[in-house]
Design a protein around this ligand. Sequence first.
Ligand code: AMP
Length: 400
Amino acid sequence: MLNKLTIRDVNIRNKRVFIRVDFNVPLNSELNITDDTRIRSSLPTINYAIDEGAKVILASHLGRPKGKKNPAFTMATIVRRLQRLLNKNVIFLDDCIGPEVEKAVNSMESGDVVLLENLRFYPEEEQSDDGFAKKLAALADVYVNDAFGTSHRSHASITGIAKYVRPAVAGFLVKKEMEYISDVMANPVRPFVAVLGGAKVSGKLGMIENLEKKVDKVVIGGGMAFTFLKAMGYDVGNSLVEPDMMEIALKIYNYAREKGIKFYLPVDCVVAPSMDPGAETMIVPMQEIPKDWRALDIGPASVKLFTEAITNARTILWNGPMGVFEIDAFSRGTFAVAHAIAESYALTIVGGGDTANAVDKARESENMSFISTGGGAVLQLLEGKPLEGIMALDDRKEKE
Ligand code: AMP
């Protein structure tokens, strides 16, 4: 159980409840929301606060405005979708701090919902400026963190504000994400398989090393596989290799062998002369990657191997695509693995970011047990490290 207080543990009736949400949804070039999962994920907390008679103040970032006002990243884009999902009027304020915002917030009635403008229109948000955090705190009687995807950041609205508002508690999304991931890491039903992919070993080294101590099998695909394969003596052509990670890749492999952890690497791959969507492609065994060609996806034999490796799994954790799934020609391996994981009889956990996106593209989102809404945050948890934004919340005291 999460050892932090949650919104359910505190009195919020008639209080100004500042909920830090993660409404950082993907937008297309016409500023239409292409996936509203993140908004929907915060609805239980927002609806609970409305039902309890709180004055609900919602704050988030959207995109990367780099500390400047920019209409392409205004939270006004979110208001209509939020209103539709809540079936309730939402008051949009075109700033997130200052006397006008304070005046509007202080005239709220119980059950009202206000959405503040993008927090990252101020550089002070990401700098975790204390003065800015105090101005946010001036809007709140209770602070709720429901922005799981941003909880690994020491930003003003995540850690800064929690210094000045008491109580500071977790929302339901944060509670669910934290409990799911820590339960699985602490007590996985075995066999526990980690399926890991993505571009580089370097970006995920901490996760691989930590997971390796807990799992029964490791399956490695994606660009990172080629650093392992090269270190083992394969000629991988022009594929993505991190020479300075080769030694550590061998260490990871040898550790697995010593501990009896089954370790799977691709046995074939889809190669192309370049990453160009129209490039010529071939499927080759790992031993036959042509010089100057690069491997951009796992091949059908690897899909079979990986599928067999997970058939007896009771817990599967998946982080990182098996290939360059954004390009059709190199997406099959990732989608096939998504189907295999979805069809398994295991508890299936998808670590957010790119992997969640790939599962969505494979139309398997409904068939996974749990898909995290956080990319970097989930990576940090899987590395075995606490999240700054969660540490900043009030501890749950043991009942006397
Ligand atoms: P990450 O953010 O580390 O999970 O990496 C995800 C990215 O890895 C995706 O954008 C993929 O396109 C990329 N990727 C996966 N496989 C390969 C590969 N074989 N070569 C180059 N990039 C890859």
